[in-house]
Write a new protein. Structure first.
Length: 86
């Protein structure tokens, strides 16, 4: 399988169980209470936030530039740019 390919919704959904389980284990092992996801809509299909034992939020915005700017705001303490998991 080639790495250099565009993520599709179908492929993200195929990966969802594995991605969700790995994140779940990281949250449990690390004792995290909050997870912030900075990913586009397609990549979000690779994660089931209801299976994560922590508060899951997403960086808001469309496009890598907008998300990067929002991430910088979040890192600097501005939580208002976060969206709750659906």
């Amino acid at each position: 399988m080639e790495y250099d390919q565009r993520m599709s919704k179908e492929r993200a959904e195929e990966l969802a169980d594995e991605v969700t389980e790995e994140l779940r284990e990281l949250v449990i092992d690390g004792g995290y209470e909050r997870v912030v996801i900075n990913a586009g809509q397609t990549y979000r299909h690779a994660l089931d936030p209801e299976e994560i034992p922590a508060d899951v939020s997403y960086i808001s915005g469309d496009g890598i530039g907008t998300k990067g700017h929002a991430l910088k705001k979040f890192i600097n303490g501005n939580d208002s740019i976060l969206q709750e998991a659906p």
